[in-house]
Design a protein around this ligand. Sequence first.
Ligand code: APR
Length: 168
Amino acid sequence: MALELIETDITLLAVDAIVNAANESLLGGGGVDGAIHRRAGTALLAACRALPEVAPGVRCPTGDARITPGFALPARFVIHTVGPVWHGGSREEPERLAACYRNVLKLAEAQGVASIAFPAISAGVYGYPADAAARVAVNTVREAPWRPDRVLFCTFGPAMTQAYDRLL
Ligand code: APR
């Protein structure tokens, strides 16, 4: 199936799984993380808090992913992942961002997810340049050994939409 692009609030999408651009604590934040927690309800925070810490204050290391139910969201699942903070590209940011997409797809496959929506991971607060973030997203999903029947890249503003549009 072709990769799709949609500009909307990801929390509105009635897909099997939406992806959350979280931080390593998995205890919520701003941006898409804040929007997802607001719409999912406090049960999502409780489910995240119940996930084991793999290091002090870290439930999901950068590049890794964790899955929870979607609770009050229209999506059945939330797959949380933590993108790299952009430091200029000299700290393996592309590889760490690509790992987010690969690890999310691994959990999606294990869960039998048929439709998934990705936000532009790391392209907000974490400062990853829009075009570079979109390129890693599209290339990694395109090259993945498996992906759900429906994959949507969900953008939240014209700049990011144009960045994906140039690639799709
Ligand atoms: N739906 C879809 N996309 C959204 C939404 C939304 N409701 N809200 C924001 N976005 C977009 C942003 O415009 C940006 O393009 O998601 C992309 C990722 O931006 P952030 O949410 O800031 O995520 P990120 O850059 O990965 O930073 C993660 O921010 O919110 C905190 O807890 C989070 O510490 C973590 C950090």
